[in-house]
Design a protein around this ligand. Structure first.
Ligand code: AMP
Length: 362
């Protein structure tokens, strides 16, 4: 099939790399010819020309998107003539933290207490209700910790509100979590579902740095609880494709932080670490093919993000059981340039490889 991707970053690139072996062709609606997906398919540059989106859609049998920051009106326009998966509903909800929270509430899925904020007065009364510490986040367009302000004291309220530049925001109670987990699942058009195991994520300055897959010490009850949340969400929004939920594990509960209607950085380990990667499964779902096996190829996997500068890449290539994935991007502070996957059936071997690559971590 001819698959169109709205966006042309590393997620589009890795979707394309998994789609070619299945015999598909790719098109991208991109911002520039230099994007990570360039050379991986026909590129339509998204400019002021209203015909570009139509040409892109007309040349595709099915369209998907790689970011929740995608414009809903574009998806709406394309879906009049061409199938778009996940649908507009998945995008509409996931791109707004308040709508996501309302969905979690409706499904009785626990998440941090919250209030929507449009003014400084809203923020003052929300802090009164929720208490401190709390995190103020922009309702839309936040990623990698951008658009967030941790409020520890009432003296910071004006500074926190000003940092939002007047846009709609959400105040969330601070969750004292033991660790951060995520769950990735894929749902087909027929409603079939496959889950990957829960993974453990370590962030630094709001950016994911390390994923351990599967997460250590996950009992069946916890995995099932996460899958129950996931199933409720997928069915409610009739999602088709991959969906990710980010979770906080607390002393006595599993709390959802947010969701993403797409392949996710915490699933990059699946390229080598699972029988079918998250990328291939997303492609399978949106092309109405049977879903692939999500079980692990090795007992242990890890994924390290390469952030800001490339570092010693020779070291990665020399490290046993490590695989390098670069995104064809120029070095820039806080930018995701690539990732390293490590797989092993021995925990000692995995830890040795992690130790030898520790310079890639903060
Ligand atoms: P987010 O963009 O919502 O994924 O937030 C980025 C990171 O900030 C998360 O991975 C957590 O480490 C932290 N964080 C976000 N929301 C909360 C919260 N309500 N309580 C504690 N930490 C949070």
């Amino acid at each position: 099939m001819k698959i169109g991707i709205l966006g042309s970053g590393q997620l589009g690139r890795m979707l394309a790399l998994s789609a070619y072996p299945l015999g598909h062709e790719m098109r991208f609606l991109a911002l520039s010819e230099e994007d990570p997906s360039s050379l991986l398919g026909k590129t339509f540059i998204h400019n002021d020309d209203p015909n570009i989106i139509r040409s892109f859609a007309d040349s595709s049998d099915v369209v998907t998107y790689e970011s929740e920051n995608t414009d809903v009106s574009i998806v709406n326009e394309i879906s009049l003539n061409t199938g778009v998966y996940p649908s507009e509903k998945s995008l509409y909800i996931s791109k707004h933290r308040g709508r996501e929270k309302a969905l979690f509430d409706k499904l009785n899925i626990p998440s941090a207490p919250y209030e929507m904020i449009n003014t400084l007065d809203d923020l003052k009364s929300a802090v009164y209700k929720i208490g401190l510490p709390a995190i103020l986040k922009t309702a839309t367009n936040g990623y990698d910790g951008k658009g967030q302000f941790l409020i520890n004291s009432e003296s910071q309220l004006l500074e926190a509100w000003e940092s939002m530049s007047g846009v709609e925001s959400i105040l969330e109670g601070f969750v004292k979590f033991k660790r951060e987990l995520s769950l990735i699942a894929v749902r087909g058009v027929d409603g079939n579902l496959e889950y990957y195991p829960l993974v453990e994520n370590t962030h630094y300055e709001g950016i994911l740095r390390l994923t351990i897959a599967p997460a250590n010490n996950i009992n069946k009850i916890l995995q099932k609880k996460a899958e129950d949340y996931m199933r409720l969400i997928l069915k409610e929004i009739n999602h088709v494709g991959v969906l990710t939920i980010e979770l906080f594990e607390t002393e006595d509960n599993l709390i959802v932080n947010e969701m993403a209607p797409r392949v996710h950085n915490s699933g990059h380990w699946t390229i080598e670490g699972a029988q079918t990667s998250q990328f291939e499964n997303h492609i399978r779902a949106i092309t109405k093919a049977p879903l692939g096996d999500t079980s692990c190829t090795n007992r242990y996997s890890a994924m390290i993000n390469i952030i800001g500068d490339y570092g010693d890449l020779e070291k990665v290539l020399e490290t046993k059981n490590a695989n390098l994935h670069l995104y064809n991007k120029a070095e820039r502070e806080r930018r995701k340039l690539g990732h390293i996957t490590i797989t092993s059936n021995s925990i000692d071997e995995l830890n040795n490889s992690l130790e030898s690559l520790k310079d890639f971590m903060p």
